[in-house]
Design a protein around this ligand. Structure first.
Ligand SMILES: Cc1ncc(COP(=O)(O)O)c(C=O)c1O
Length: 371
């Protein structure tokens, strides 16, 4: 029977000879006239996969969210609606522009923004909705886009952890004015740190490129002409080489994540009161983080389970805290987000997992839950 000799981690990238080949080529040759060869290939391949006309690389998902909001002209006095259950980066990006985040509750099954809660949060200051495809599960984009169209609001999809997920028959990140992705080291597709912005609008992609490169607007042959206060949010060619290899392997990476989730589902689905983050029937999740939530009575709490699993050399993560509870914001009464943030945890989901490791993790969970 499998017994770990070191901590089983929650994440971990999949790195093959392809990543090594592309990055070493970029290190050796990707300079001077070739400085953006991999950047161009990564951007165009990514746009093609997502089904967007344009894609621009960035230094992080957070920077990509910030740039998207700036390109839409969102700023002081505006409001942007987002789910109260997300990584704080979504809210920070709104605040960076001077606008205010409006936190609403999430759906108990998908853990993503609850479309029923959006309309009551709209007022004359509302400029945009930022749905978050949390842990790789898509939001119900059909309903969100209908609301956005009816109330004339922008949509910036935070698809940071959801490369390849689908809402209906379309890729997340291709519905709104912008779709934003992250390639930070724990994600399914990694570049170390990094991000991507997708859009179908040429003027928006031009704005993103300009604002994310110091506001650069070459004039009369001078490449250093600047026409606004901008930011430096660019990705390097070496990172893009790594990213290109990763997305050329996207189907394989998603397949492995879905297989890992299946191993958990087979072993944990019959535990009364334990909810797995299974996909809705209109969705294709990439199961970035297999997760469970205590929805019933158990002999130990979520935090006690985290400690007990750690003693068995199994690393887990508490689900993100409800964002509005933090001292920078005003806490909102969003009971579903509160419940999930206090009772759910992410299980190991790295690509290096085997079925026997998942079996060990599930046996350990069942033992601690007396199941
Ligand atoms: C939902 C969500 N939004 C935004 C981000 C920010 O991405 P990055 O870490 O690349 O800035 C993350 C990263 O974990 C995320 O999970």
């Amino acid at each position: 029977m499998f017994k770990p000799d070191k901590l089983i981690l929650t994440a971990g990238p999949s790195v093959t000879d392809l990543e090594l080949r592309y990055t070493s080529d970029a290190v050796k040759n990707g300079w001077n006239e070739n400085w953006n060869g991999y950047l161009n290939q990564f951007e165009s391949k990514f746009a093609e996969i997502i089904g967007a006309k344009y894609a621009v690389t960035t230094s992080s998902g957070t920077g990509a969210l910030h740039l998207s909001l700036l390109a839409l002209g969102i700023g002081e006095g505006d409001e942007v609606i987002l789910p109260d259950l997300t990584w704080v980066a979504t809210a920070h990006a709104i605040k960076y522009t001077g606008a205010n985040p409006v936190f609403i509750d999430v759906d108990p099954e998908t853990w993503t923004i609850d479309p029923d809660k959006i309309i009551p949060a709209i007022n004359k200051r509302t400029k945009a909705i930022m749905p978050v495809h949390l842990y790789g599960h898509p939001c119900n984009m059909e309903r969100i886009m209908n609301i956005a169209n009816e109330f004339n609001l922008y949509v910036v999809e935070d698809a940071a952890p959801a490369v390849g997920a689908m809402s209906g028959n379309k890729h997340v990140g291709s519905f709104g004015e912008f779709g934003v992705f992250s390639f930070q080291g724990a994600k399914m597709v990694v570049t170390g740190e990094g991000g991507m912005i997708c859009t179908n609008d040429k003027s928006l992609i031009d704005a993103v490129r300009r604002i994310g490169d110091h506001g650069r607007a070459p004039k009369e042959g001078n490449p250093f002409w600047i026409d606004c206060i901008g930011f430096k949010y660019k990705m390097s060619n070496i990172q893009a080489a790594f990213g290109l290899a990763q997305i050329e392997r996207l189907d394989e990476l998603i397949m492995k994540k879905r297989t890992i989730f299946g191993w958990y589902r087979d072993r944990l689905k019959d535990i009364d009161g334990l909810l797995l983050n299974t996909e809705a029937d209109w969705a294709k999740s990439i199961y970035w983080m297999p997760s469970i939530c205590f929805n019933g009575e158990f002999p130990i709490t979520r935090n006690q389970l985290i400690t007990a699993l750690k003693a068995d050399l199994i690393d887990t993560r508490p689900v993100f805290p409800k964002v509005s509870v933090m001292k920078m914001w005003n806490e909102q009464d969003n009971p579903i987000a509160t419940h999930i943030s206090k009772n759910a945890l992410n299980l190991p989901g790295g690509h290096n997992l085997s079925e026997e490791i998942v079996d060990y993790i599930c046996r350990s969970i069942k033992l601690h839950l007396n199941k």
